[in-house]
Design a binder for this molecule. Structure first.
Ligand code: FES
Length: 235
């Protein structure tokens, strides 16, 4: 296939994004992790083909004869609009956020020169503030900083096999939370912190209170043993 006018061979790559990156070309992403299933939420990875059609490269398989461009003026314009839309409903307390300087959304906003928020959060269409979930000994969840990339959801269910968090509601009410928006401490969360490792923003932050985490894990183990013990005795 042709990428930016150069012939690039591909073999077993499952999507255009992998071919592009293998060729050493940088493509921005917010929701792609090769070890997780493809969700295609952020659209930052878009590429343009020779007919002017736009594709999400993470969810499009490479084909022989394809000709794509990764950084045309149209793509840059769309990426800037997407970032502005994400920032519109994103808590913008960057200077006091512990992810400041280590936030993918912040990095991409700087890279694409977004220095003003065009769509104001005060518009009727944008959601109200969500409460911060600080119940877990290991994690603080701030849904106001969530960009709905689903990385934490897929990490928790696909890799960790826990499924403590998922998407809820629809449209602009969409949110990521435990079932029935319960506090995280009351779910099956095992305090592994992998959701935080893949979160591109400050929506899920690890706490540094290691003794509290160990105590929580120990208490949870005791609860589980107490629950299964009678059944074990009967058997
Ligand atoms: Fe392709 Fe997010 S990386 S849609």
């Amino acid at each position: 296939m042709m990428i930016n006018g150069e012939r690039v061979p591909f073999t077993n790559e499952k999507n255009i994004l992998d071919v592009v990156r293998k060729a050493g070309i940088d493509l921005p992403t917010l929701c792609y992790y090769s070890e997780l299933s493809v969700y295609g939420a952020c659209r930052m990875c878009i590429v343009e083909d020779h007919r002017g059609s736009i594709h999400a490269s993470c969810s499009t398989p490479p084909k022989n004869g394809m000709e794509i461009w990764t950084n045309t003026p149209t793509l840059q314009k769309h990426r800037r609009t997407l970032l502005r839309l994400l920032l519109a409903s994103h808590c913008r307390e960057c200077t006091t956020c512990s992810k400041n300087g280590n936030c993918k959304l912040q990095d991409l906003s700087k890279r694409f020169g977004i220095d003003e928020v065009r769509f104001d959060k005060s518009e009727k269409a944008f959601k109200d503030e969500y409460k911060i979930d600080d119940s877990s000994p290991s994690i603080t969840r701030n849904p106001n900083k969530c960009i709905h990339c689903g990385d934490c959801v897929r990490m928790c269910s696909e890799t960790q096999n826990v499924g403590a968090i998922d998407f809820a509601l629809r449209g602009y009410n969409l949110m990521v939370c435990p079932a029935f928006d319960m506090p995280l401490a009351e779910t099956e969360c095992v305090n592994c912190g992998q959701c935080s490792a893949v979160c591109p923003t400050g929506a899920i932050i690890i706490k540094n209170d290691v003794p509290a985490v160990w105590k929580a894990i120990h208490d949870k183990k005791k609860r589980v043993v107490a629950q299964v013990a009678p059944a074990v005795r009967v058997a």
